[in-house]
Design a binder for this molecule. Structure first.
Ligand SMILES: [Fe+2]
Length: 172
């Protein structure tokens, strides 16, 4: 096993424990992680970008349990407020450098913001989360088509979305 795989497995294990028996949360982040890993690899991310993306995908909803308890919902702005401290604590004993930790923290804290997407890691996290949320929230085909136009930028992400949701082919 490589050091990166060890880190990812460590983060996966910690996040499963953190989820405290909430099987929906666990299934959600495992799905988002799988899509993010796959899209990242197929879009040729650097090793560093890939590790950043994979860790961010595993912990992207870290603020949800706290938000449910504190505010009674998991809306984006509350998650944004609660995420930074939670991510910092969670990553304390993960063996990655400070710069990567801060990028992961930025991605997790901003994964509900669809503007100013400043990197491929950020873009793929949005795509992977959408691929899963569209199903979990039974989104309408019209909403999914709009997202394909506005949110999805990678070829791999678009292909997955089109195939999973049986969308008509994109117009050239
Ligand atoms: Fe999510």
């Amino acid at each position: 096993m490589t050091e990166i795989q060890k880190n990812i497995n460590n983060v996966l294990t910690k996040m499963i424990v953190y989820s405290d028996g909430n099987k929906h949360d666990i299934a959600h982040f495992l799905k988002v992680y799988s899509y993010a890993r796959m899209i990242g690899e197929m879009e040729n991310l650097t090793e560093r970008q890939q590790e950043t993306l994979e860790i961010a995908a595993v912990i992207h909803d870290i603020a949800c349990p706290v938000c449910r308890e504190k505010y009674g919902d998991t809306n984006g702005s509350n998650q944004e407020k609660e995420s930074p401290e939670l991510v910092e604590n969670f990553l304390k004993d993960v063996e990655i450098d400070t710069e990567m930790k801060s990028r992961i923290n930025y991605l997790v804290s901003h994964h509900h913001t669809y503007t100013n997407v400043d990197g491929i890691d950020y873009r793929i996290l949005l795509e992977a989360d959408f691929l899963v949320n569209a199903d979990e929230s039974e989104m309408s085909e019209a909403a999914i088509l709009t997202a394909r136009e506005r949110v999805f930028k990678t070829n791999t992400g678009k292909k997955l979305l089109t195939s999973i949701y049986k969308l008509p082919a994109e117009e050239a």
